[in-house]
Design a protein around this ligand. Structure first.
Ligand code: FAD
Ligand code: ZN
Length: 471
């Protein structure tokens, strides 16, 4: 079957709105979120059911058409964008039904195209919590979250996407459907197949549905923003607060002062959260299943002691939901604000929590030696050892010349990360942007095992080729 025949067959089955081939219709599916990559594709298929996904994949297999699965297209490593121009983009966005809500089991079964926020709201409507939460939650999809094993802001308490999955339904590269949806907490029956697909970035199959874990909905949340003298102090405080609150800590984010300055300068609605300037800031959240004042009192006492010990310079505890939102807004504004300060070279790394401060100090020194005047903005989910080590260009520097040093700087930073026992991708994945780095840092044995898995499940190499593993 020729690709042309295959497209005709798909058009017949999926209908005119299920197959897009006009360039203007395809455009939104071909542009990476940060604009770092623009792809070309054969067509965009938008199947509306598992059967239609299976039909699409089987047809492509027969015609030898490579497939790029796509969720909300908010991934930051180029994984959801086609490269060669010969691929079919398979968008899951029409598969967006909540199939089954089970409050007694504390589970929900959803289709892959459900937007994350939709799943959070469905859980809340039956007094449950689905705890995956990230900046893109209004547009990223569950299928994309699982395929990239997303992290986010509540990982410290609830784990990352992988930890929230009980079962999966997957369309395999030959079009057969693996029905692995189950709601079991205990299931020791051999290799855990679902874990192969979670984090596989669309290279092994198309996730069409998932059974997810739910949790009791917290009755009380306290949000605090602190000025702290150093990352060292922040990490010491993290361990004190985990103990003092009996692990009620649900988020612990570190922000540098220059990030706050960027946000104040560029994002309307941001306010300087504390009186005076502090070199570093921590935004934290604690949550409890019971609705009493004890949590706030415990937090206040612990923070009071931290002030005495010199770990905290100043603190504000949100007095209302509205104020909590305003404090979180500052954290999110830092992401947005960096765009307006020129080129930014990114790293999404993780380090054992105990060595985060050392990483920030040594990483900063390293990049300042490479590019005098560089402006590091290390921020992120340090409660999990995850730092977005983003490096803004020197003021007034030539942006293109600065960005041309991306790979060189990545390599230097990643070498330090490896020396400290860390990972070159904490939560965004590999996509196409990091395949060369993955090949450089993984051991030959790990790469061999990954390639053999890929060849076993996708022998024709049609699932998201060129992503994750170098061709
Ligand atoms: P896409 O971008 O569409 O795809 C991501 C990868 O998964 C691609 O390789 C794609 O081929 C594959 N894929 C998608 N759907 C499927 C499927 N159904 N079956 C098989 N493969 C599939 N990430 C974090 O981890 N933590 C954060 O805190 C975070 N914050 C972010 C904040 C902003 C503002 C933005 C823009 C992004 C952020 N991200 C974060 C990155 C991104 O949102 C996540 O990686 C998200 O999980 C991607 O979901 P998506 O539906 O957009 O997937
Ligand atoms: Zn993040």
């Amino acid at each position: 079957m020729t690709p042309r025949d295959a497209l005709d067959r798909l058009r017949d089955r999926l209908g005119p709105s299920g197959l897009l081939t006009a360039p203007e219709d395809m455009e939104p599916f071909l542009m990476e979120w940060r604009g770092r990559k623009h792809g070309n594709g054969l067509a965009v298929a938008r199947p509306a059911s598992t059967e239609e996904v299976a039909f699409t994949v089987a047809t492509c297999a027969e015609a030898g058409i490579p497939i790029v699965p796509q969720g909300g297209n908010t991934g930051l490593v180029g994984g959801s964008i086609p490269d060669a121009g010969t691929e079919l983009v398979l968008s899951l966005s029409r598969m967006n039904r909540i199939r089954r809500m089970d409050p007694l089991d504390f589970t929900v079964t959803v289709e892959a195209g459900c937007v994350l926020q939709q799943v959070q709201e469905a859980a809340a409507s039956v007094d449950r919590l689905f705890p995956l939460s990230l900046g893109a939650e209004g547009s990223c999809q569950i299928g994309g979250n699982l395929a990239s094993n997303a992290g986010g802001i509540l990982t410290i308490r609830y784990g990352n996407a992988r930890d929230l999955v009980l079962g999966l339904e997957v369309v395999l590269p030959d079009g057969r459907v693996w029905e692995g949806l189950n709601a079991l907490r205990k299931n020791n029956t051999g290799y855990d197949l679902k874990d192969l697909f979670i984090g596989s970035e669309g290279t092994l199959g198309v996730i069409t549905a998932a059974t997810l874990k739910l949790f009791p909905r917290p009755r009380r949340r306290e949000v605090a923003l602190l000025g702290v003298p150093s990352p060292d102090a922040a990490i010491e405080l993290l361990s004190i607060l985990r103990a003092a609150t009996s692990d009620a800590l649900t988020a612990f984010e570190l922000m540098p002062r220059n990030g706050i300055d960027f946000a104040l300068r560029h994002v309307t609605g941001t306010i300087d959260p504390l009186q005076g300037r502090h070199p570093w800031y921590v935004l934290l959240e604690v949550a409890s299943g019971t609705d009493d004042e004890t949590l706030r009192e415990t937090l206040e006492t612990a923070l009071g002691e931290a002030v005495e010990a010199g770990l905290v310079e100043d603190a504000v505890l949100a007095a209302s939901d509205e104020q909590s939102k305003r404090l979180w807004f500052i954290r999110e504004a830092i992401v947005e604000a960096q765009k307006h300060e020129g080129g930014s070279i990114k790293h999404d790394i993780s380090i054992p929590v105990s060595r985060v401060a050392e990483f920030i100090a040594r990483g900063t020194e390293l990049v300042e030696a490479l590019v005098p005047g560089i402006r590091p903005v290390p921020f992120g989910h340090v409660g999990d050892g995850n730092i977005h080590f983003n490096l803004t260009q020197p003021e007034g520097a030539d942006t293109a010349a600065y960005l041309a040093r991306w790979d060189e700087i990545n390599r230097a930073v990643h070498d330090l990360v490896l020396e400290l026992g860390g990972s070159i991708s904490a939560e965004h994945g590999i996509g196409t942007f990091k395949t060369a780095e993955l090949a450089r840092v993984k051991s030959p044995l790990e790469l061999e095992l990954m390639r053999r898995l890929k060849a076993a499940i996708d022998p024709a190499g049609l699932m998201n080729p060129g992503k994750l593993l170098m061709p």
